[in-house]
Design a protein around this ligand. Structure first.
Ligand code: FES
Length: 102
């Protein structure tokens, strides 16, 4: 059963930035890259729980603002020598509206 939830609009997410959605159990960061691709992941770095939503988006990854780990936006996996993973969620855009599957 699909559980798509309307969370925001594309234009409300700053390019190369993010917008945070609060759920009952966690904060989810919705990222927008330079090509207007959208990604959703738990707003928590796999290293020491830094707020990934405050990181810089480049390409299809985000750099954590605390200790500069790079996290792949599609998989949630840490890149390079670092190891760890954070939860990601499917996203879709319809008529400029952004939906996340929770
Ligand atoms: S908490 Fe993200 S790199 Fe350390």
């Amino acid at each position: 059963m699909s559980n798509w939830k309307l969370v925001t609009t594309l234009t409300d997410i700053p390019q190369l930035g993010s917008r945070v959605i609060k759920t009952a159990t966690m904060n989810i960061a919705i990222f927008r890259n330079s090509e207007d691709r959208i990604f959703a992941m738990k707003d928590e770095c796999p290293h020491k729980k830094g707020p990934l939503s405050q990181g810089i988006v480049h390409g299809t990854s985000v750099t954590c603002p605390l200790h500069n780990w790079r996290i792949d936006l599609a998989s949630g996996e840490a890149l390079g020598p670092d190891q760890g993973c954070t939860n990601t969620f499917p996203v879709k855009i319809e008529n400029g509206q952004v939906f996340v599957q929770l």
